[in-house]
Write a protein that binds this ligand. Structure first.
Ligand SMILES: [Zn+2]
Ligand SMILES: [Zn+2]
Length: 330
């Protein structure tokens, strides 16, 4: 039931000898997603033992090189390694020009499909869905068309309180209905259980109703992760990611450089932290650091003054979102 972010490339446009441009892997319950693919992404994935073939989807925030140039090497290596499973790439529409190149140059010998899904929106919208996860895109405020991504676990199926099964003589069919969130209605006259799904619910006076509220509980709280890079601060963003468990937000500059941050549509550490605070986030991970900072302690300090649960992305660091299990207390 893992849900964790692995930060790989943590630098902004100019890499340093110690820091590569943006690249991150999100692992959610057996699936692996690559989020941005700066130069060196495949090298970093190898360094930290991330299986290339395990990546099913790539999400690109925008078409600046520090988020993109690693894709050529990565897709080419996937071909060399004999990949056969398709890969989805979510990116702004302009990526279609790059797709033409990929298909003509890398594409000749490859045995796998690259599916490009253009992202275009002015407010959050769903772009992909799995059995236990939804993914939304939302616009960011940068110099070019840029999108953030929100990964949300779906509400888990309900569990039936074990202590109620025997006293109420719950049948397997009734348990299955309750787990699906359907109340069970037992006909008092003939004693046969009927469910709401059957469309044959009886008047309350003639029926015993076993409600999901009483008989079931959610076994855990769904988790969420939001990715916000690159962006200047804007008012809607904290609302769009309200209550997120883990937020990645760029923090290119310290407050001393807020003029430059504004001019280049980037964020300072304090702005990233304010976004986390206003969103009611559980934890903030900052990355996309300017190459001017050899030491990142000032970035951390400024963020923690606004939002104490702030952390610096590090190459190869893992940020887990632990499962908040709900106890069966009945
Ligand atoms: Zn960037
Ligand atoms: Zn950018």
């Amino acid at each position: 039931m893992e849900f964790k972010l692995i930060t790989l490339g943590i630098s902004s446009a100019s890499p340093t000898v110690n820091r590569f441009p943006s690249a991150h892997v999100l692992k959610v319950r057996g699936r692996s997603f690559l989020i941005d693919c700066g130069e060196g992404a495949q090298l970093l994935m190898k360094r930290y033992g991330i299986n290339f073939n395990g990546i099913s989807d790539i999400f690109l925030s925008h078409l600046h090189g520090d988020h993109l140039y690693g894709i050529f090497g990565l897709l080419s290596t996937m071909s060399l390694m004999g990949r056969t499973s398709p890969i989805n790439i979510f990116a702004p529409r302009g990526f279609s020009r790059i797709m033409e190149f990929l298909n003509s140059e890398i594409g000749k010998d490859k045995q796998y499909e690259i599916n490009f899904i253009p992202v275009e929106c002015r407010s959050p919208y769903f772009i992909e869905e799995f059995s236990n996860l939804t993914i939304e895109a939302f616009p960011l405020k940068h110099r070019v068309e840029t999108y953030g991504y929100m990964f949300r676990e779906k509400q888990p199926d309900r569990n039936v309180h074990k202590s109620l099964i025997e006293p109420y003589g719950l049948t397997l069919r009734e348990i299955a209905s309750l787990k699906r969130g359907e109340n069970v209605i037992r006909n008092v006259e003939d004693g046969k259980p009927v469910t709401e799904a059957d469309g044959s619910g009886k008047d309350a006076a003639f029926a015993n109703v076993l409600t999901t509220d009483v008989f079931t509980y959610r076994p855990f709280e769904p988790r969420s992760f939001a990715y916000c890079s690159d962006t200047a601060r804007f008012n809607e963003l904290p609302l769009w990611i309200k209550g997120v468990n883990l937020l990645y937000h760029e923090a290119t500059f310290t407050s001393e450089m807020d003029g430059k941050a504004e001019k280049t549509f980037h964020s300072t550490a304090a702005e990233a932290a304010a976004c986390a605070r206003d969103a009611g986030a559980g934890k903030l991970v900052m990355g996309h650091f300017s190459s001017r900072y050899r030491d990142l302690s000032q970035i951390l300090k400024e963020a923690r003054e606004v939002f104490p649960e702030s952390y610096l992305a590090k190459e190869g660091a893992e940020f887990d979102i632990p499962l908040d299990k709900v106890q069966d207390l009945r």
